[in-house]
Write a protein that binds this ligand. Sequence first.
Ligand code: GTP
Ligand code: MG
Ligand code: ZN
Length: 304
Amino acid sequence: MVIKSTGSRYKILYGQDEVVECTIKGKFRVKELRTTNPVAVGDNVLFEFEKNSSTGIITEVLERKNYILRKATNLSKESQIIAANIDQLFLMITIILPETPVEFIDRFLITAEAYRVPANIIINKTDLYGKEEIERMEHLVSLYSTIGYECFSLSVIKKSGTEILKEKMKDKISLLSGNSGVGKTTLLNVFNPALNLKTEEISDYHKQGKHITTFPEMHKMPFGGFIIDTPGIRGFGVVDMNRNEIYHFFPEIFRISTDCRFYNCLHIDEPGCAVRNAVEERQIDPLRYRSYLNILMDENSKYR
Ligand SMILES: Nc1nc2c(ncn2[C@@H]2O[C@H](COP(=O)(O)OP(=O)(O)OP(=O)(O)O)[C@@H](O)[C@H]2O)c(=O)[nH]1
Ligand SMILES: [Mg+2]
Ligand SMILES: [Zn+2]
């Protein structure tokens, strides 16, 4: 299993604990996908040891159960595979330092829905929160758990709330994502102090992380399972979604959309739209609806 990929060099977990450095030979392309990296963290591969050497050459990538792609830019045709064969996703957010906008959360969640990988939300740095931040956190927890996403509030630094999360991650391959500076790597260090991974304070001036982790890397957990630490994302590139199907990935909007008058309703301003009605009655959170519209408009502008 590939545990680290830095472009052309790979670290492979071989057997229980052996790590073998590998490269790939020449042009190595996975047919259907136009990706910048043919092999990703989480891939199961076959390799051969090089003659008289402890390093290897990857000869084949085994079939993927799933994978998460990210576009280099919104308009780019090439995408990068962040990781493959993942059991569950975790988006780590913070209410402050840095602040995570709801639309950012929703872009992540619809990507998870599109790939059919279960997604969860971790709200970190609760030790920093005052009354107002706690209210915002509680609003998010109630909003997202009602839709069906499990939420974990915790303070990695104070080690509070981390045990429940550990239970959830036990024996699974989990991908940990989120903005730079939210504390992803700090969590891994708490779960496995032997890792001693690099973390850094967020900048005083911009109140943002400094993009300390630069490549996705999978780490074995002492309690069983693996966690993939990823570089902080600025935005989760929504991957080729048909604009008519974006609302399919907002579970609560999708559920209500069956009551819209028109089968091809996009829930913008059509008559008899059950979704808009539900937003007015607060059965759908207006912030979620706004995320939906913004994502839809973004998709529109791509085709202009
Ligand atoms: N107050 C507080 N600070 C925390 C907590 N968790 C992490 N931090 C701090 O947040 C800063 C950023 O943490 P990192 O773990 O490097 O963040 P990251 O998400 O890995 O960031 P990138 O690798 O840049 O994507 C560090 O100074 C941590 O000590 C927490 O629960 N409370
Ligand atoms: Mg990090
Ligand atoms: Zn509608």
